[in-house]
Design a protein around this ligand. Structure first.
Ligand SMILES: [Zn+2]
Length: 842
């Protein structure tokens, strides 16, 4: 025994010596010591490729490309033998989850996935990834060769290369050549937008479930091919903070299993041991909770893995050296060591618990299929729902490996929870209804996404408190305790092809249902086709048409250079919109095509303001909406050049959440001259502060009423007596806000801005509303103080009843549209696309 041990030990030493002799360290490869500079992304990619080419212990695999053309890739690190059988390990792992059919060959070891730099300006991540990679392949760390025998480690050095390089380029651009830890210096203060986000200014650590961004889409395609047992996501927080590791803070989502809780403790203890050795400070169980499903810790947890967030004190402002309030200097080297230590602790703890990690992982999926925990065993999504929203939901389910089918048991009636009505009800299953059966590998995740009332251990969340998918997509859906039989026929989305050989109709008409038709309108505008839309419902040749239906008349488009029929039918095919031909403009009932009830519309130029004072994520959503959803051009105008701003070229101006006080006069003048402003969230304050608007008058009236009420209760208001502790301060503040909860919005269906949304719609509510307008239109409003899902504080609830969400008023020759909350939240609130499309295109 002893002899064998000695031989093995000697061979490890020889291998280690060989590798360290032949393989360049990051310092040798880059030409500078790690921590003295931020590395460009392409250099780190070169290093990862170099290591894979020169070491038998690493394989590099590219998995995608960013918006700006940078490569995304990972290294698999293990023994030569394990890597030779990587495909077998991968398949076996998936077979154990039930997500892949096949024969389990008996070989299974855990995949440990370390992912760095999802936030671009938390740039220590990629530096620490290089150090971790080198340490693993060079064997220059105690027990590493054992770790590699027992596990396959995956390192993604940079999940957000575009954000990372924006940070690095700017940092190197502004860096002092004499190291300068003074936080006031330019190198510690980058401009708008922060480099946290990706090209479209999205926070990729909120995007896991929704996968709206291509970085997330491509990364999760790879992730889903492996389904790791452990996933760690490396971040940075403010420079004055120490280090955060597991266990995560409250609230924990209720679907997290006891073993996942236990492993979080084990991981915390393992990290503490290594951090104690180095006398490094840290904290656990605070600030970073495990509730919202879009994070790099919760999404893996809801996919059977152990998900962890690590936070090193530092961040974008820290540079290579940063003077702290204590007088100490925080260095990049020190931050690298923090994440390196956490990386090694993650591997060590996972290795030491590898057998239980595997058996519990396998059990998680077995139980999901046999005995799902979700109180509802079936979710029925009505097939009659608007197809753009329905198709988008199915795409989301596919991306998250959630299986669905058509529902069997047609014609039968079942009791269950009716999401849209927000109460128990019943549903008769019809042909074409979609069934999501809880008895499947992703049962836990189904529970996370379809639980009508999200449940947690606490109400103090770092992020949203509700996201149930039927509200997100505005779909008639039911959660049933019964197990519905699936229909075995494949779910197929019918492709629309418009063919009218040789005909020259008077007009083409597209019935209006939702976002696809708005996209179609945008496509026609882009081709300079003029169109009309009906303000009222009508019937023609026995067909009924909804409000908002699109009328494309030959008589409106006589320009000889336009190949009218070809352009219209091609645009309809591209947008999957069904056209109907007519040889008359005379309707059977309703208003004729030439009526003023079918206003003539043409191409509009649209701009959004961006730059210092605007919220990057909010601007990014609009940018992304135009380019990736509506497929329509938009100009991003930077308000820092305010002297040069000329708005007269634009018919529509969008103001996202932000502060525009210096531009107030310019914006109000723009509306008066005939422009349309869409003011979102707190951009509304420009008009609230302009005395002549209906909004300002409504707010003034409400304030007088509220003051009278407050006067009454003030003498006896014990809620003003707060406790000292920070936790309670936070809790008190929560009573006045909504932590991202879902409210039902009642709509004026006759207003063009609400066409396609139905009588009721749901919004992610985070701000108190505005009062009803006495002149202008009140289009969407809240009648109930209770949210349909999620947490809202008691004071917030009192304020929210009878407030406006969507309104519009005329100012001079133009108009302004108020939308109090983000209707297209993080680009996952898909039902809000119809509202945005309406206010822009109509
Ligand atoms: Zn972060």
């Amino acid at each position: 025994m002893k002899k064998i041990f000695l031989v093995a030990f000697a061979s490890v030493l020889i291998i280690s010596a060989l590798h360290s002799q032949t393989l360049k360290s990051p310092d040798e490869f880059l030409g500078y010591t790690l921590g003295t500079q931020f590395t460009y992304h392409h250099r780190a990619v070169e290093y990862f490729r170099y290591v894979a080419e020169n070491s038998p212990l690493a394989i590099y695999r590219e998995y995608g490309t960013t918006n700006e053309g940078r490569p995304l890739g990972v290294c698999f690190i293990s023994t030569k033998e394990n890597l030779a059988n990587l495909e077998e390990y991968r398949k076996n792992n998936l077979i154990k989850t039930g997500l892949l059919k096949g024969e389990f060959t008996g070989k299974q070891i855990p995949f440990i996935w370390l992912a760095y730099n999802v936030h671009g300006n938390e740039a220590v991540g990629m530096e620490a990834a290089m150090k971790t990679l080198y340490t693993l392949v060079s064997g220059s760390y105690k027990d590493v060769s054992e770790y590699l025998k027992g596990c396959i480690i995956v390192i993604d050095p940079c999940q957000n290369p575009d954000g990372h390089d924006l940070y690095t380029n700017r940092y190197r651009n502004a860096m002092n050549s004499i190291i300068n830890p003074d936080g006031n210096s330019w190198e510690h203060n980058q401009g708008w937008p922060g480099a946290r986000t990706n090209h479209f200014l999205f926070d990729l650590n909120r995007d896991w479930t929704w996968q709206s961004q291509i970085e997330t889409q491509q990364r999760l395609l790879l992730y889903n091919q492996f389904m790791p047992q452990v996933h760690a996501d490396f971040h940075e927080m403010g420079a004055e903070s120490t280090f955060f590791f597991a266990p995560g803070a409250d609230p924990w989502n209720n679907i997290i299993t006891p073993w996942q809780h236990e492993f979080h403790k084990l991981m915390g203890n393992g990290n503490a041991a290594l951090f104690n050795e180095k006398f490094r400070l840290y904290f656990t169980k605070e600030n970073f909770d495990l509730f919202y499903p879009g994070f790099g810790d919760t999404w893996p947890l809801f996919n059977g893995a152990m998900g962890f967030t690590y936070e090193q004190g530092g961040g974008g402002a820290s540079g290579v050296a940063y003077k702290l309030e204590s007088g100490d200097t925080l260095t990049l080297k020190d931050r690298i060591d923090g994440h390196f230590t956490a990386s090694m602790a993650t591997i060590k703890v996972s290795y030491e618990n590898r057998e239980k990690l595997l058996s519990e992982f396998n059990k998680y999926f077995e139980e999901s299929v046999k005995n799902p925990q979700f109180q509802y065993k079936s979710v029925i999504i009505k097939g009659s729902n608007e197809k753009s929203n329905l198709n988008n939901l199915l795409k989301l389910l596919d991306r998250n490996q959630i299986r669905y089918s058509y529902a069997g048991n047609t014609g039968k009636k079942f009791k269950g929870f009716d999401y849209c009505a927000n109460r128990d009800g019943e549903v008769t299953i019809e042909k074409g209804d979609i069934l999501i059966n809880a008895y499947q590998p992703q049962s836990h995740f189904i529970q996370a996404l379809f639980e009508p009332k999200t449940k947690s251990t606490d109400s103090l969340s770092y992020d949203l408190s509700a996201w149930a998918l039927p509200y997100v997509y505005n779909l008639k859906s039911y959660a049933l305790a019964d197990k519905i039989t699936p229909d075995t026929s494949k779910v197929e989305l019918k492709k629309i092809i418009n063919e009218f050989p040789g005909n020259k109709p008077y007009a083409y008409v597209a019935n209006f249902y939702g976002f696809d038709e708005l996209k179609f309108m945008a496509a026609l505008y882009r081709k300079n086709i003029k169109l009309r839309y009906s303000l009222k419902p009508f019937t023609l040749n026995g067909n009924s048409f909804n409000r908002g239906s699109v009328i494309i008349a030959r008589g409106d488009n006589k320009h000889p250079e336009i190949n009218f029929d070809k352009v219209v039918t091609e645009a309809a095919d591209e947008c999957q919109v069904k056209l109907i031909q007519t040889n008359t403009g005379l309707v059977d009932s309703g208003k004729d095509f030439g009526s003023e009830n079918s206003p003539l519309m043409k191409r509009k130029s649209v701009a959004v303001l961006c730059g210092e004072g605007t919220v990057p994520g909010a601007v990014g959503e609009i940018w992304y909406f135009f380019e990736k959803e509506l497929n329509y051009p938009i100009s991003l105008i930077n308000i820092s050049n305010q002297e040069k701003i000329n708005l007269k070229d634009y018919e529509v101006l969008i103001l996202t959440s932000g502060s525009y006080s210096k531009l107030k006069d310019t914006i109000i003048d723009y509306v008066k001259r005939g422009g349309r402003v869409i003011a979102l969230e707190n951009a509304i304050s420009i008009f609230a502060g302009e005395k002549t608007t209906s909004l300002a008058k409504a707010i003034e009236t409400r304030t007088i009423e509220q003051k009278a009420v407050e006067k009454k209760i003030k003498s006896n208001d014990s809620t003003l007596l707060k406790k000292f502790e920070i936790e309670n301060e936070r809790r008190y503040a929560l009573s006045e806000r909504s932590a991202g909860s879902i409210y039902k919005v009642k709509l004026d269906e006759t207003h063009p801005f609400s066409f396609g949304l139905g009588k009721e719609w749901f919004i992610m509510k985070r701000t108190p509303g505005i009062p009803y307008l006495t002149t202008g239109s009140n289009i969407g409003y809240i009648l109930d103080k209770e949210p349909v899902s999620g947490f809202a504080g008691f004071k917030f609830k009192d304020k929210i009843k009878n407030t406006l969400v969507i309104g519009t008023e005329k100012i001079g020759s133009g108009d302004v549209v108020y939308i109090t909350d983000d209707p297209y939240f993080r680009a996952f609130w898909k039902s809000g696309r119809v509202l945005l499309g309406n206010v822009i295109l109509r």
